[in-house]
Design a protein around this ligand. Structure first.
Ligand code: SF4
Ligand code: SF4
Length: 366
């Protein structure tokens, strides 16, 4: 068995032996389908080679948002059970777009498709030279953009513009060849995930980076796992945390604009990172909180990609409605994935990434 799967199996089995079956974990689950799930049955199906369709369907609906972990009085990791279950099922078609053409070891079809994507993509000229580089310079500071180098947003190049403004030396890792492997891990494809984790660990080591900065909450979780599991002398930071370390050198001017902040579940709930983004937001704007905030945030569902999209759209619209109810003119995000999910759906409220807001403030100051 793959070592990642083995470790997860051990953790899951250990959890199940002490699970009190109280179902508090699913009480706050945002999925309506969770109300029909019996935890005793779920725990029993986890140990089967072929779990029931009902339980597998639920496992693939789950967004890995972590609300269940946070709600468990025994500090159990229900998400691990659901990830492990996914490894025993067939990955639904709607989930697959996140898994294609990632990594360095592509087959002929994936290589051709990725080549086509690169030709058609419009990547900012400041980012293009960094895509899928073969060699990396040694640098203490590494920006890890990987797949989001292709983001339709301006977040990647504006991040570099802030680093240039600060006069910093850095290296950049960008492109699908350096995927963090997190979508594969969550989908239960442990073979691909392990390979991608190891390849990225080797790549980071090649740069000699001491700090690895990412604006994607999923990548951040992967960087933490890679460091803990495969070693590495680097500290992973969110872009917000990195900026905070340089705030005294950025002459930021606040505005009167009232904004609200959407926490990425992978940062606020799993890692308790609620303060850093709020410190930055408050330097730029007036902040009003949504009802579900911090550890109680509502997941954007990006990792479910297009699987059962109707249900996801309902949840996303609900979140944007919560943002509008605050009276804010904008909902600020710090994870590029959340930003890309909400931006095209926003009506009557702006969706703004914190890096873009920082860049605009710096640009105003000249
Ligand atoms: S809340 Fe925790 S103890 Fe209760 S059923 Fe869920 S996993 Fe088990
Ligand atoms: S991770 Fe989120 S979506 Fe999945 S079962 Fe837990 S609360 Fe529900």
């Amino acid at each position: 068995m793959n070592p990642l799967a083995e470790d997860l199996k051990r953790d899951v089995e250990q959890d199940i032996t002490t699970c009190g079956l109280c179902k508090k974990c699913l009480f706050l689950c945002p999925l309506p389908e969770s109300k029909d799930i019996d935890v005793f049955t779920l725990n029993r199906e986890v140990s089967k080679d072929q779990p029931s369709k009902e339980i597998l369907d639920f496992a693939f609906l789950c967004m890995s948002c972590g609300q269940c972990n946070y709600s468990c009085p025994n500090y159990q990791h229900m998400v691990n059970r659901l990830i492990y279950l996914r490894s025993k099922g067939r990955i639904p078609r709607g989930l697959k777009p996140l898994l294609h053409w990632r990594g360095q070891r592509l087959g002929v079809v994936d290589r051709a498709l990725y080549g086509l994507k690169k030709r058609l993509a419009s990547v900012h000229p400041r980012i293009a030279p960094h895509i899928d580089k073969k060699e990396y310079r040694k640098s203490d500071l590494l920006f890890y953009f990987s797949c989001y180098a292709f983001s339709p947003s301006e977040v990647p190049w504006k991040t570099l513009a802030i680093a240039d403004h600060l006069g910093l030396d850095y290296e950049v890792v960008a492109g699908y060849s350096s995927c963090c492997g997190w979508p594969h891990y969550l989908a239960g494809d442990f073979t691909s995930a392990e390979q991608l984790f190891k390849d990225l660990a080797a790549l980071i080591e090649e740069t000699g980076a001491k700090t690895v900065v990412t604006g994607c909450a999923e990548c951040y979780r992967a960087l933490e796992l890679i460091k803990n599991r495969y070693g590495g002398g680097y500290t992973p930071l969110t872009t917000t945390e990195w900026v905070l370390g340089h705030m005294d050198r950025l002459n930021l001017q606040g505005s009167d604009e009232l904004v609200t902040f959407h926490d990425a579940c992978n940062l606020s709930r799993y890692d308790g990172k609620q303060e850093a983004p709020r410190k930055v937001v408050k330097r730029l704007f007036r902040l009003v909180e949504m009802e579900r905030t911090g550890k109680d945030t509502l997941c954007c569902g990006a990792m479910r990609q297009n699987h059962e999209k109707e249900g996801l759209m309902e949840l996303r619209k609900k979140r944007l409605a919560e943002a509008k109810e605050t009276g804010a003119t904008a909902m600020v995000t710090e994870c590029i994935t959340c930003y890309e999910v909400y931006k095209p759906l926003a009506e009557g409220i702006k969706v703004m990434d914190l890096v873009e807001a920082l860049y605009d403030s710096i640009a105003k100051e000249g």
